[in-house]
Design a protein around this ligand. Sequence first.
Ligand SMILES: [Zn+2]
Length: 306
Amino acid sequence: MRIISNLFAIGLTLISALFTACGSKPIQGVIITGQNNHNWPVSHQAIKMTLENSGLFKMDVAISPAAGEDMSGFDVDFSKYQFVFLDYNGDPWPEKMNEAFLDFVRNGGGVVVYHAADNSFSSWDEYNKIIALGGWGGRNEKSGPYVYWKDGALVKDTSEGFGGSHGARHEFVLNQRVASHPILEGLPEHWKHASDELYDRLRGPGNIKDCLYTAYSPVEKGGSGREEPQIFTVEYGKGKIFHITMGHCGETLEDNPAMQCAGFQTMLLRGSEWCATGKVKQKVPADFPTETQVSLRPDYKPVINK
Ligand SMILES: [Zn+2]
């Protein structure tokens, strides 16, 4: 009996070693949150559930002091993580944390810039290079050009004006703009996102590396009338930066269509894997939206690789 149980234990060890060798050990990341003009107590949960329920990620959460409180004790040990997920729009971090973050990114660390994280830190030059485009916070022509898709290419428009706006929330179609990228492998060229804010008129250094998807911002919804970058990677040092402007958080986990969207969740999962490892091993999920049909996952439980 003892031999059998020993054999069983050895078997388990071997299986565990095999999983590790196959890269099945969860990717380690940290969500930075705690201040936002959005509903961060819900958004960071939706992000954590989406990533961890896939079985591919283990996410810590770093919650800052509340707005206006003493930030001097806030710190994140970036060396513990393969990537950082930014769900933060608020007071400046301590200088020591700023420097540690920049070192992490310059040396190849992964970053996901999510929704209002591109509203944050409008006067921090290096941060603006990490996000490539941002909005609000007093951004204007001094922040850099408007960047949008026109006649088959991204254009930089230096005309004067505020940076960052959006019209009424609505469902909209994402349009793929690069021929290939690991994040896009197998995904449709066009897919319909659930009701969300469509960020437009963003401005910044504009150092977009690969513009993965744009969406048309209709004037009749209060938008710009332009084809606006929504999902892109950023050129910055050795960093792997994935910026997704979508995902306005609702009142509750249940009332949260933009973050329940199977397309949005797939982009979070693929963008996070890519910026953490440089690769994407996920298959296209069966419930991915089509060009005409929105697809929701109210339970934040992605089914991938099956
Ligand atoms: Zn929003």
